[in-house]
Write a protein that binds this ligand. Sequence first.
Ligand code: AMP
Length: 280
Amino acid sequence: MILFRKAADVSAYLMKQKITGKDIGFVPTMGALHPGHISLINASKKRDTLTVGSIFVNPAQFNNPDDFDNYPSTLEKDIDVLEKAGCDVLFLPSVSEMYPNGTANAETYDLGYLETVLEGKYRPGHFQGVCLVVNRLLDIIPADRLYLGQKDYQQCMVIKKLTELKGIKTTIIICPTLREKDGLAMSSRNLRLTEKDRKQALKISEALLIIRNVIQPGDLGSLKQKATQHLTGAGFAVDYVEIAGADNLEIIDHWDGKQKTVALAAAFLGDVRLIDNMLL
Ligand code: AMP
């Protein structure tokens, strides 16, 4: 695996590779890698002749400074795991390399409705920061395919919208959420859970399963309430438990039994915020 820290160097290297006919798959991450991240690397390795990973904890997407300060970092282990997974290139930029002109006057993106609901509503500015970093990364990495996890369902939709807005040709591939044995979605933030909270954390996937197993056409209010209570009863502070259109994230209060839907939840255990979703 070749490690690059400078944008110009990795761009030049990858452009040369492209000229020789290589397909480039790209997996952007914020590090503290787990098997969910590696499943994206594996998906790229199956399809592309060259797999690029990046590790960059993007300050622009943290609406909560404490969350940024406490974001886990396991860099040496990450490099080792990527190397073992057969990642070809790792881009490891600094903040000044990514944002040489700072972010105060950064471009803004017209994300419309997507930015007003769910994660957009509870994490103001978050998706602007996500677009900023992905736009910059795709300027640097000439990716044929970009691999994203369904774990961040709304983020996948936002990044699709970004590629439409900017006319970016990269194809987006969405990979399934990898889970721990008890059902908890793998996440770097799980490292921050106390032992007691880790045991409770599986309730978030249980709440979504309750929705998936019980949903019937008609009014969804009491089902959402039941799933929310499953979390509050276990000590979570809930941001939302919602059912939305799988293609547009419009909140659904009354289901016709036909529309493709997704259940999504975000909740805090202590100061750790967890999100999860399931297609219904
Ligand atoms: P992050 O490092 O959290 O920014 O995530 C980097 C990429 O890995 C994103 O596309 C995530 O959606 C994806 N990802 C995170 N957790 C999982 C998981 N449990 N299963 C599959 N992909 C994941």
